[in-house]
Design a protein around this ligand. Structure first.
Ligand code: AMP
Length: 558
């Protein structure tokens, strides 16, 4: 079965930096970014981006040069992102939480020669250590601390002064001030949107080895154009967005940064998620757009005093990246009056593929209909050259202008990721007769339990129906009898209690015997990826270690 538009409507495809240039021309005096009370207007942003682009060019950046960004959300991340693109370079996003080895590996894999980072003790030394050991030649250091003295109080609340660090002064380091010193205009660069890569995005990696998805200017610009058509009743030049998802992930980059810049929105940048601070900000700054992942809305819902905050300014929350439990959606919508729009996507599709309708109720458990110009195909799990009929499960495959050009320097992985020209997502799902897509699970997450396919997501959804459950994750573990069995990890809401026995009893009414977890661990926290998805990979590893430790312990006779 396949769904989607056969005719691709006219999506505006331009070099990505045109999104900014057009908004600078159209919304000049309006605020573009806000960071701890400090605003940059579109005109100011346009000017500083041009100067930074010139600085990058003077440093040798030209068409195709890979420049890394290893930054939390700050004005620097916005400025340097557009400046690299304006200079003709390719942005390589680095997760600042990665350990040095992972950063070094990504630098080598992508051929990143220049890295932009901040003077933060948890980030900068890891980058510094890569100078000389990898192909990294230069670091541009943005002084988080010194450039925003007016926000000192707030900063100290979020970061302790010991969290900042001194930076080496040598010819391999450039300060942000030096980068933006030259006032002459950057050399114009000829970009072919269909061929030139804008962003090398290393895949989130909740499963498998990280690989660099090559997202062209066309891929990224098409996804923005698709979101614009979808969000048809937002008002350019009038919206204000709260952006706390990190822009080194493509979901935030597209839905939070590129899209918001394209519609001339004011972007309130937050470098980290602290639920109480976010509630205060939502109340005080009155954003109209608030993109997020389910864990964010779940964490806010779980705050006992959420009712004390006025969240009524929020119109739309675009949510994706992980299943959005219906209880989480309904409660946040009820508390704020907003519309929580669940979409589906993946890094390799820049990332958005589908979304629930903006004008009507979402279809229960569906991740919506494909965006314009996008075709979703459901292919047989046995033989992926065949499509399966409507309503039948198979691998979700995607075609569309937002689908990546391939993986950087990995022809074999690229070939394996496409089938008859369509992107294989590794997700299992089905389409209904109205082209609504339903996800069942991920190919790699399936638990093979006594000859049955058990889908962790079904068990998680059942757990979410229990009133005491705030967050839930299910993984498969080896089992002598059945091959694999599910186990669950749960965080309870702050004001309620439930025992493992109670939860198991509750699940008995919702799931088949095979699906009942062997154990439910009630925990205070769950490991999360940088964008707030529950990191099953870490849970699997923790569980493997726990079991190994248990089996190596000597038996104690009673
Ligand atoms: P990433 O490339 O790291 O953004 O991860 C993409 C994966 O997240 C997809 O392949 C899906 O497995 C999952 N995903 C994204 N959106 C949703 C959603 N709305 N519901 C369930 N899973 C999702």
């Amino acid at each position: 079965m396949s769904s989607g538009a056969n005719t691709i409507p006219q999506l505006e495809i331009t070099p990505l930096v045109d999104l900014l240039d057009e908004s600078v021309a159209r919304f000049g005096p309006r605020p573009a970014t806000e960071f701890f009370g400090k605003r940059l207007s579109y005109s100011e942003l346009g000017r500083i981006v041009a100067r930074a682009a010139r600085g990058f060019q003077l440093m040798g950046v030209k068409r195709g040069t890979r420049v890394g960004l290893c930054l939390p959300n700050t004005p620097y991340s916005v400025i340097c992102y557009f400046a690299i693109l304006k200079a003709g370079g390719i942005v390589v996003n680095f997760n600042p939480l990665y350990v040095e080895r992972e950063i070094a590996r990504q630098i080598e894999d992508s051929g990143t020669t220049i890295m932009v980072t901040v003077d933060v003790a948890k980030i900068y030394p890891k980058i510094e250590a890569c100078l000389g050991n990898t192909c990294l030649e230069r670091i541009v250091v943005c002084p988080l601390w010194t450039l925003f003295p007016f926000a000192k109080g707030l900063f100290l609340k979020l970061f302790k002064s010991s969290q900042f660090c001194s930076v080496a002064e040598d010819d391999r380091h450039t300060s942000f001030a030096s980068l933006t010193r030259d006032r002459s205009a950057p050399e114009p660069v000829e970009i072919d949107p269909e061929k030139d890569i804008a962003v090398l995005q290393y895949t989130g990696g909740t499963t498998g080895e990280p690989k660099g998805a090559m997202l062209t200017h066309m891929n990224m610009a098409a996804n923005v154009a698709q979101i614009r058509l979808y969000m048809h009743d937002v008002t350019p030049g009038r919206e204000r967005a709260l952006l706390l998802l990190p822009t080194f992930h493509v979901f935030a980059l597209t839905t939070g940064l590129n899209y918001c810049i394209a519609i001339g929105a004011e972007i309130i940048l937050l470098p980290r998620f602290e639920p109480h601070e976010v509630l205060k900000l939502l109340d005080k700054k009155r954003p109209t757009l608030f993109p997020g992942v389910p864990a964010i809305y779940a964490a806010l819902n779980a705050k006992v005093h959420i009712g004390n905050y006025n969240l009524s300014s929020i119109r739309y929350c675009f949510c994706g990246g992980a299943p959005l439990p219906v209880e989480v959606r309904q409660r946040f919508e009820q508390l704020s009056g907003c519309k929580l729009l669940e979409g589906y996507g993946l890094t390799e599709a820049s990332p958005v593929v589908s979304a629930n309708p903006i004008d009507s109720e979402p279809r229960k458990s569906s991740v919506g209909q494909p965006f314009v110009g996008t075709t979703v195909e459901i292919r047989s799990l046995e033989n992926p050259h065949f499509l399966v009929p409507t309503g039948e499960k198979g691998e979700v495959c995607v075609r569309g202008p937002q689908v990546m050009a391939g993986y950087w320097n990995r022809p074999d992985e690229t070939a394996a990721c496409f089938i008859d020209g369509a992107l294989r997502t590794g997700d299992i799902g089905y389409l209904d007769s109205d082209n609504f897509l339903y996800l069942v699970d991920r190919l790699k997450d399936i638990i093979l339990c006594g000859g049955f396919n058990v889908y962790p997501r079904m068990i998680e959804e059942a757990l979410y129906q229990h009133p005491a459950v705030a967050e839930a994750a299910v993984i498969g573990v080896p089992d002598k009898l059945r091959g694999q069995v599910p186990i669950a990890f749960v965080i309870l809401r702050p004001d309620v209690t439930a025992s493992e026995r109670e939860l198991l009893h509750f699940l008995g009414d919702h799931l088949s015997r095979m699906e009942i977890p062997k154990t439910i661990f009630i925990r205070a926290t769950l490991p999360k990826t940088a964008v707030g998805k529950i990191d099953r990979k870490v849970l699997v590893e923790e569980e493997r270690e726990r079991r190994a430790a248990k089996s190596s312990r000597p038996e104690v006779s009673e």
